[in-house]
Design a protein around this ligand. Structure first.
Ligand code: SAM
Length: 287
């Protein structure tokens, strides 16, 4: 166990990237609280939203400034100016860790380029919280974040990920959740497991691990299940030997039109992939 650091601020002017709760206010770590209270400026994605968080903890920010995706470059200049004057600045977003599907990455890069320290004050992150309960025993994971909103672009993005062996982590908005999961079932196959992590850390938190083929029924079983915030974690592809993503794509198209054995034989002839591998994959998909 390391010693707690007494002062929340460093000796030199710095930018602190501070994680805030993703639902449960008690998930704001003490160091985050101390840092927000001590800095000269808090740069926040939405100042009205963050003011409520600061009020809940009795923190009176010396200066609160809005930084969002449309003004990040411009604000970076202003923040570098304050750092030059010896001030300390904290960056927060509406919820979770800044720069993870949130504003912040450009600001961080600019501040570091300007030669100032950028220091993390870690805490909640929805993707990491979901991953921690996903039980991914083997292999890595890949954070994708939000998929494109339009159906065709989303399917194209999913197709490009179909052969990925690492688990895939997505964020999705409630109004697209059912369509998104249906597209995943179609592109990845119904046999692949998905973890649906809904409303993490909140009163109605729900976590379900099930095959993609059953996800539609899971949402239909309870009207409230399409509400709230979601992280989706999909198991990586179980790619058989001698088969690549291109071959699986051809196989998928043929399976839509032909009996399994014929589709496998043609896919192997067209792509040169292993017939045995394609057959094993087709059987898994059809379960
Ligand atoms: N930077 C944030 C983080 O570290 O998690 C993510 C910001 S992103 C704009 C917001 C998305 O994160 C939501 O649409 C949802 O997909 C996911 N999310 C945020 N809070 C969540 C929660 N409590 N439960 C499940 N998903 C959540």
């Amino acid at each position: 166990m390391n010693e707690p650091i007494a002062s929340p601020l460093k000796n030199t002017p710095s930018l602190y990237v501070v994680a805030t709760p993703i639902g449960n206010l008690r998930d704001l770590p003490p160091r985050a609280r101390d840092t927000l209270a001590a800095v000269d400026v808090v740069a926040a994605e939405d100042t009205r939203h963050s003011q409520k968080l600061l009020d809940a903890f009795g923190i009176r920010a010396k200066r609160l400034l809005a930084v969002h995706q449309h003004n990040e470059q411009q604000v970076a200049g202003q923040i570098i100016e304050w750092l030059t004057q010896g001030q300390h600045v904290a960056l927060i977003t509406d919820a979770g860790t800044p720069a993870i599907s949130d504003p912040g990455a450009r600001l961080v890069a600019r501040v570091r380029e300007a030669g100032y320290t950028v220091s993390p004050v870690p805490g909640a992150c929805a993707a990491v919280a979901a991953l921690s309960v996903a039980g991914i025993v083997e292999g890595g994971f890949r954070f994708i974040g939000f998929l494109p909103a339009k159906t065709q672009s989303r399917r194209t993005a999913l197709m490009a990920l179909a052969g990925e062996r690492d688990a895939l982590m997505f964020y999705e908005a409630p109004h697209r959740i059912k369509a998104c999961v249906a597209d995943m079932a179609e592109v990845f196959g119904g046999g692949r497991e998905i973890l649906i992590a809904r409303e993490l850390t909140k009163l109605h938190e729900e976590i379900a691990a099930l095959p993609l083929a059953e996800a539609g029924a899971w949402f239909a079983a309870e009207a409230n299940r399409v509400r709230g915030e979601f992280v989706l974690i999909v198991r990586g592809a179980d790619m058989p030997d001698g088969v690549d993503v291109g071959a699986l794509r051809v196989l998928g198209l043929l399976l839509d039109e032909l009996p399994l054995r014929t589709a496998v034989r043609l896919a192997a002839e067209i792509t040169g992939a292993s017939r045995k591998g394609l057959y094993a994959h087709a059987l898994r998909q059809s379960r």
